[in-house]
Structure formats: C-alpha cells, structure tokens
Design a protein around this ligand. Structure first.
Ligand code: SF4
Ligand code: SF4
Length: 220
C-alpha cells in the first residue's frame, strides 16, 4: 500500500545540525544493522565509522572550511543516498527489479536477485551503494525507510532528529521551505539548493558553506 501519492523527499539543513548522530543511530536501529568495530578517524570528515558500509547507510561528517590558513566556517554534513529523480544506479543494474525508483520518492532495493556486480556503485555519481561482506555480496544503501513510508510513517532519521535538521515532506514543499530560508537569511546560507541546482534528487541540502568545498565531495 502506498500512503504517499506525491513525490516525497528530505531537506537536510546543516545550520540546524548539532552533530548528535541520533539519525545515524535511528537508521541502525530501524534497519536492524549491527554496530561496527571502529577507531577514531582523524581524516577529512572525522566521522565514525569512517565510511558507509553494508551496515551503515548514513553518516554525519564534520568539516572545516579553511581559507588563508584560517577556519572560515565549519559544519556537519549528512551523507546518504540522494534518491535521484533519474537514478543512474537503476539504469546501470542489469537485473530488473533489484533497484526501483518509487513514484513517491525512494530508490528502494530488493536484494534477492542482486548479483553484487557492482555496476550500481560504479554508476552512482555520489558513490553510495555498498555491499554485504558474505560470499555472495548484496546491495545495501539507504532506502528512505521505504517500509515505514508504506505504512504512512516518516523515515527513522527524521523522527529521531531533535532539531529538525532533517525534515521529510513533499519535495515541492521542501523546495519552497529551502528557498524561503535562503531568502530570509542570506548571510546564514550559501545560496544554493543541492539536489535542485545541480542533479535533481529527492534529498535536498542547504548549507552554511559551499558543499563543493568539502574535499572529495560529492563522492566522499
Ligand atoms: S545517489 Fe546513487 S545510489 Fe542513490 S539513487 Fe542516486 S544513483 Fe542511486
Ligand atoms: S550489484 Fe546488485 S543492485 Fe548493483 S547493479 Fe549489480 S545486480 Fe544491480
């Protein structure tokens, strides 16, 4: 049963993120994903664990923007599948039905026929798909909590976020909210809506700094 008849999406606003990682934890809990043994990662992003994996579908990273040897700005950034409007992963997958763009937003997966080839990962402009580590690897990535959406519930990360840094709604309405925030507080935001002004995606970002300044972005 589909409860959402219009294209839905997420708006992620890093000016509201406090880096608590409640979203990361909620994602693990809802998807029943095991913890990973990690050590502190002191490279670009400072996140823990170091990267997305078959058991980590979203990550909060921390970035400093350095200009003239000084910290010009800093903020968090939530890495996850962008749920592209025209997803390259779906086009690249040789097996029909493994990946599917739902009319209401998510690019969902059903791994029963996944070959682990991994053409979806190679095609993704954001380097998102990951795989299980068993002998027959299967795709793993954020599916926008499609099982919750089918029950009319918002994604687990959205429900857990205490500050409203990640909100869920109709993509058209999220775009209006993003435009309004940029218009009303031009000094607070970099004037760009990621997911609208570049590749069209169901996940939109607005940010206090230009995300393109993050080393390795958008693939890292
Ligand atoms: S971000 Fe990558 S994995 Fe997610 S829908 Fe787009 S192409 Fe597919
Ligand atoms: S790894 Fe699985 S989901 Fe990805 S392209 Fe291959 S069959 Fe499709």
């Amino acid at each position: 049963m589909e409860n959402f008849s219009e294209p839905m999406g997420l708006l992620i606003d890093n000016t509201k993120c406090i880096g608590c990682r409640a979203c990361q934890t909620a994602c693990k809990q809802w998807n029943n994903l095991p913890a990973e043994k990690t050590t502190f990662f002191g490279g670009e992003g400072y996140q823990n664990p170091k990267d997305l994996s078959g058991s980590t579908y979203t990550l909060i990273k921390f970035h400093e923007i350095i200009e003239n040897n000084k910290i010009k700005d800093w903020g968090f950034w939530k890495k996850q599948c962008r749920h592209c409007i025209d997803p390259a992963c779906v086009a690249a997958c040789p097996v029909p039905g493994v990946l599917e763009k739902k009319t209401y937003g998510p690019v969902a997966w059903d791994d029963t026929k996944c070959l682990g080839c991994p053409l979806c990962k190679e095609a993704c402009p954001f380097n998102i798909p990951r795989f299980t580590t068993d002998i027959n690897p299967k795709i793993r990535k954020c599916n926008m909590c499609n099982d919750r959406l089918e029950e009319g519930l918002e994604p687990a990360c959205v429900k857990a976020c205490p500050t409203g840094a990640t909100i869920f709604g109709k993509r058209e309405e999220l775009l209006k909210i993003a435009e309004k925030r940029l218009q009303e507080e031009p000094d607070k935001y970099f004037k760009y809506i990621y997911g609208k002004d570049d590749l069209d995606t169901s996940v939109l970002y607005i940010s206090c700094f230009d995300l393109e300044k993050i080393k390795g972005y958008p693939k890292d």
